[in-house]
Design a protein around this ligand. Structure first.
Ligand code: ZN
Length: 268
């Protein structure tokens, strides 16, 4: 250690400095204490820096874990969503179509045209419920309707194949191809029509957006359009409202005409 007075190097046990001959007996305990405290501070600093490093690591791991959990939760809820979506808008309509086909065509042998009408009604219901339940727009309905039609036609072919006990899945001739094509197009058109009509209904009866409230909404809307002093709608607002309803109505009529054409072709 160093002498407190002259700063020369002396032995740790020395009580008198050999350089300046000053008495160290009184200051010695303080110097020892000071040295011990300095050492302790060094140790604590090392410990603190180690803990800081550890804490940083723990935090990093925590963040990584949180990010992983968030991704996992997200993908899990996405799986749940798509599973429900597929069950409701693909599996359910396909099963209904197959059931209708089985009951009407195979079990009761009802004329084919009734099966066509029921199939179109199922397609219509698909497009209509897709609009109300998921707010899906025409493009999505077109795709989902096509998938439903294709899956249904293929399932029917497989059933027919199993009953016949052989042959090919593909339609045998031009007439069969045309039937399959018309049937599929009919379902797609019906779902598009259902969607357009749902859209029309929502635009026309914005207050009664819930289809269960249909009658109240119709009454309200009629009152709003023709009633002279129904709430505080101005003439311009009312015109805008009628224009919107007309636009949606035109789309609905176009889709309905296309649907009618496809039903008509089934009669020929
Ligand atoms: Zn000294």
């Amino acid at each position: 250690m160093r002498c407190l007075f002259c700063a020369e190097e002396i032995k740790d046990e020395a009580t008198v400095c050999k350089h300046c001959h000053r008495d160290l007996s009184i200051v010695k305990p303080l110097m020892d204490q000071n040295a011990a405290l300095t050492k302790r501070i060094d140790e604590l600093q090392t410990e603190v820096s180690q803990l800081r490093t550890d804490l940083g690591e723990v935090r990093r791991m925590g963040r990584a874990r949180e990010a992983f959990d968030a991704r996992h939760t997200l993908s899990y809820s996405a799986i749940l969503y798509w599973r429900g979506y597929l069950a409701r808008y693909v599996l359910l309509p396909v099963l209904l179509l197959l059931l209708a086909h089985y009951l009407m065509n195979i079990t009761f042998n009802i004329p084919l045209i009734y099966l066509r009408v029921v199939s179109l009604a199922i397609g219509f219901g698909l497009g209509y419920s897709m609009f109300w339940r998921t707010d899906d727009r025409l493009g999505t309905v077109l795709v989902v309707g096509s998938i439903v039609a294709i899956v249904t036609v293929m399932s029917m072919s497989i059933v027919v194949l199993a009953i016949r006990g052989g042959g090919t899945i593909a339609p045998a001739n031009q007439t069969e191809w045309r039937d399959v094509f018309e049937y599929s197009i009919g379902i797609v058109l019906a779902s598009v029509t259902g969607n357009v009509i749902a859209n029309f209904t929502k635009k026309t009866f914005p207050q009664g957006a819930d289809p269960k409230d249909g009658f109240a909404a119709v009454a309200k809307t009629i009152a709003r359009i023709i009633g002279p002093t129904y709430d505080s709608k101005t003439a311009a607002e009312r015109l805008q409202y009628i224009e919107k309803a007309l636009k949606a109505g035109t789309a609905a009529i176009t889709a309905a005409v296309a649907l009618y054409a496809s039903i008509k072709s089934a009669f020929n």
